[in-house]
Ligand binder design. Sequence first.
Ligand SMILES: Cc1cc2nc3c(=O)[nH]c(=O)nc-3n(C[C@H](O)[C@H](O)[C@H](O)COP(=O)(O)O)c2cc1C
Length: 196
Amino acid sequence: MSLVLDPAAQDLLFREARTANSFTDEPVTEEQVQAIYDLVKYGPTAFNQTPLRITLVRSAEARERLVQHMAEGNRAKTAAAPLVAILSADNEFHEELPALFPAFPQAKDVFFAERPAREGSATLNAALQAAYFIVGVRAAGLAAGPMTGFDHEGLRKEFLDDDHTPLMVVNIGKPGPDAWYPRSPRLAYEDVVTTV
Ligand SMILES: Cc1cc2nc3c(=O)[nH]c(=O)nc-3n(C[C@H](O)[C@H](O)[C@H](O)COP(=O)(O)O)c2cc1C
């Protein structure tokens, strides 16, 4: 009774949402991805820096190049998914900062003049946005299969550049037959939450 979100939406986004390992052939359209982005772009990031960048791997040729960099156990499902997205952090996000955070445009120079500070912040905040993205995929009635099992440096060289750090590869689509492993347990509230 404490949650105000409609129970069906709670199930769709969390209780019944699963990490998919197989998908139907039904395509994921540009319109769906745009609707997902236009929803999850409102998720908060520090100084509104929004460092997540998304590379949609659609062509067969690009998919083949991507699969080579995936860990063995992730290859078949990445080759077969209707859509695959590479999520990365833009370490040069500060260039956009004066426009994205007009309340304090000096943040660009005060906090993010040095690359190591930018990298730490970009990784944290793009990872937050990656989580929003996964929930957004679920909000579109689709399933996500996020993966960090890939050659990160190899993938970066293949698809990105020095200014971008790959975080996650996400298979997206309608779940196929035997799409999930048995649900693993979660830690209980008492095991996680401390009140001081
Ligand atoms: C950041 C991240 C990286 C993951 N990497 C992989 C991976 O490389 N290969 C894989 O098969 N599953 C991977 N998973 C899937 C997790 O094991 C799965 O989401 C988790 O066990 C929860 O499963 P459930 O959603 O079905 O309950 C990853 C999940 C996340 C969020």
